[in-house]
Design a protein around this ligand. Structure first.
Ligand SMILES: Nc1nc2c(ncn2[C@@H]2O[C@H](COP(=O)(O)OP(=O)(O)O)[C@@H](O)[C@H]2O)c(=O)[nH]1
Ligand SMILES: [Mg+2]
Length: 234
């Protein structure tokens, strides 16, 4: 069994090497192997070179670099990654250090043992977590509440990065997103297939805007618009 890990990366020279090292250090349960796909979204910094260096120094790990010709956004990078994966399961991993790759294991266990198609890691079910700026916190809560109202879900953390899928299932869902609307689009389309998404608690270490956080308030509004759009159309 193989877990594919898709990393959309845009100007992440400060963290890309560290997150790759953390991922290769994780020992997956159920004897699962890892396939790491970094989609470099035309970064202007040293991200690409650092990934190349990592691949050379870790030849026994399966790390693949995919370069986007021009910057297109997180959603487009994830879609490119989905085209490349060969694993049985897939998780989205940001190129920063906000999430902990050791959380792959409880997600993997939940999806495999219950034969599910998708599970989400929730930052809010883990009461020991600190949270980001109040605006991001509130924005995330509002997006989650709207998701639950529109799609009959009982989520606590819709915009979580740790969305974990059966690979065949994920590939069966056509996506239109280019930017941060990946999250609401995939949640909407999963929900429209009649699936109640299960969550488990995960760790979260928020980074600041100075440290490179790129999501903005307007992305929250776009998320809400995306949820409404796919609920009543699309
Ligand atoms: N491919 C791509 N990735 C991006 C872009 N902007 C942000 N990202 C990546 O998306 C991930 C999430 O970004 P981040 O600012 O941490 O947002 P948040 O964690 O969702 O609040 C990181 O891995 C970024 O490198 C972009 O324009 N293109
Ligand atoms: Mg992040």
């Amino acid at each position: 069994m193989t877990l594919s890990i898709i990393i959309p990366a845009y100007n992440e020279e400060n963290t890309i090497t560290q997150i790759l090292q953390k991922i290769v250090d994780v020992k997956l349960m159920l004897d699962a192997q890892k396939e790491i796909i970094v989609v470099n979204d035309a970064s202007k910094d040293a991200t690409e070179q650092l990934v190349r260096d990592f691949i050379v120094s870790h030849s026994s790990d399966k790390v693949i670099l995919v370069n986007q010709e021009k910057n297109q956004g997180k959603g487009a990078a994830i879609r490119k990654g989905i085209e490349k994966i060969t694993g049985d399961y897939v998780i989205i991993q940001d190129a920063d250090l906000e999430y902990d790759p050791w959380d792959y294991n409880p997600l993997l266990e939940l999806i495999v043992k219950n034969n599910l198609q998708v599970v989400y890691g929730s930052r809010f079910l883990n009461k020991t977590n600190h949270h980001s700026y109040q605006s991001f916190y509130l924005g995330g809560q509002i997006v989650t509440i709207i998701t639950n109202l529109l799609y009959g879900q009982k989520l606590t953390d819709e915009p979580t990065c740790y969305k974990f899928f059966d690979a065949t299932f994920l590939k069966s869902i056509p996506l239109d997103c280019t930017g941060f609307e990946f999250c609401p689009e995939i949640t909407a389309k999963v929900a429209k297939r009649g699936i109640k998404i299960k969550e488990i608690p995960i760790s979260y270490y928020p980074r600041s805007i100075e440290e490179g956080k790129k999501i903005k308030w307007s992305d929250g509004l776009e998320a809400i618009w995306t949820l409404v759009k796919y609920r009543f159309g699309g």
